[in-house]
Design a protein around this ligand. Structure first.
Ligand SMILES: Cc1ncc(COP(=O)(O)O)c(C=O)c1O
Length: 395
């Protein structure tokens, strides 16, 4: 008999991106003029027709439990989207909708992993993957990538990471935090290795719409064999600015979807009925102007960063982040304070330059920082001016 928390939760670190964002918003509320480059959400609103569909759902009393994996109308719309946009033919019972892609991913790990299973996770990775893999009693096998391969996993790196305990490979293209996007050829080369083995691919494609000068390819679309073993993860948060509505989904083999549905039925039930109705409408409302805007901001940030001392930055091809390398800053000092890590650098920027961004440690990349350019042009310029002025004081 004893009080105390489970070992499972004692080991979890809170999401650093969400905590920095929360801390920044608190400081802004206290009156500090901080530019928040830590955000992981678009700076535009949910499309009006989607909002109206949500309002109509409430007014019509569509406010009760729905089928656990989502309403047929939404699952059908997702089937259509996957066929038309990704060249993927699924049946409705191969789709499960959850409370955001984060929830979809957690369900997937819980449905697939046994204690001791390994999930190959290329770093830099989105902060939540390793924690979710551990929560599912599996082990993340982290494969470090850096600028030399454009932050991408190569077939050789993959081959070396595979063991008899490999249960899945996590692929995230376009990537948070690096903005890396795998080309069709790169995916084909990875698929050649994957197809020699028996393990799943969890393909997080939530940033698929945010690509600049390159096409998004789903690894599942390369062959029937790849489709069979791939869980395609996607959601409405990024493409449709619906972070607060909490709608994500997975398309996969029906045996896996059935297991995830049972798991979801005993844990969270259906995603919000109102959000599902809004999501159906959102699928018809993608605004390509947002991509042009992001592309312009990406070019601007890159140009500014490349003009600054001590910072190196490769060109990201997707998502809305740049991931500069700050190794040349670590070890230097700012006004007598030693900058001993990316973390310290980010803390000093928040305290002395009023810029909030996310240090790379949480992404498994201690030499980098993540800058989100999903903020207004004015804020972006202000932040770049402040960063440049700060760096002049680093010696
Ligand atoms: C790579 C990646 N996957 C999944 C998610 C989860 O998105 P949501 O749960 O809002 O659908 C995020 C959110 O930041 C992300 O960056």
């Amino acid at each position: 008999m004893a009080f105390g928390l489970s070992n499972r939760v004692k080991g979890i670190a809170p999401s650093p991106t969400l905590s920095i964002d929360a801390k920044t918003k608190e400081l802004i509320a206290q009156g500090r003029d901080i530019v928040n480059l830590s955000v992981g959400e678009p700076d535009f609103g949910t499309p009006e027709p989607a909002c109206q569909a949500g309002i109509a759902a409430i007014q019509e009393g569509f406010t009760k439990y729905t089928a656990v994996p989502g309403i047929n109308e939404l699952r059908k719309a997702i089937v259509k989207k996957l066929l038309e946009e990704n060249g993927l033919a699924y049946e409705i019972d191969e789709i499960i909708v959850s409370n955001g892609a984060k929830h979809s991913l957690f369900n997937a790990f819980m449905a697939l992993c046994n204690p001791g299973d390994e999930v190959i996770l290329p770093a830099p990775y989105w902060v939540s993957y390793p924690e979710m893999i551990r929560l599912a009693d599996a082990e993340p096998v982290i494969v470090l990538t850096d600028e030399s391969t454009g932050f991408k996993l190569t077939p050789d790196m993959l081959q070396k990471a595979i063991t008899p305990r490999t249960k899945a490979l996590l692929l995230n293209s376009p990537s948070n935090p690096t903005g890396a996007v795998y080309s069709r050829e790169e995916l084909q080369a990875l698929a050649e290795v994957i197809e020699q083995h028996e393990f799943y691919v969890i393909s997080d494609e939530i940033y698929e719409k945010m690509v600049y000068g390159i096409e998004h390819v789903s690894i599942a679309s390369l062959s029937e064999a790849m489709k069979k073993r791939t869980l395609v993860v996607n959601g409405f948060s990024k493409a449709f600015a619906m972070t607060g509505w909490r709608v994500g989904y997975i398309a996969a083999d029906r045996m896996i979807v059935k297991a995830m549905t049972s798991f979801q039925s005993q844990t969270t039930s259906n995603p919000a009925s109102i959000s599902q109705r809004a999501a159906v409408k959102a699928l018809d409302c993608f605004d390509t102007r947002a991509i042009e805007l992001f592309n312009k901001r990406r070019d601007y940030v890159l140009k500014r960063l490349r003009g600054m001392p001590l910072i190196e930055c490769i060109e990201p091809q997707g998502a809305f982040y740049v991931f500069p390398n700050v190794a040349n800053i670590i070890g230097k000092s700012y006004n007598g304070t030693k900058i001993d890590s990316a973390n310290t650098f980010a803390t000093l920027l928040l305290e002395h330059a009023n810029i909030a961004l996310v240090p790379g440690e949480g992404f498994g990349a201690p030499n980098n920082i993540r800058i989100s350019y999903a903020v207004s042009d004015q804020d972006l310029q202000k932040a770049m001016d402040r960063l440049e002025a700060f760096l002049k004081e680093v010696e």
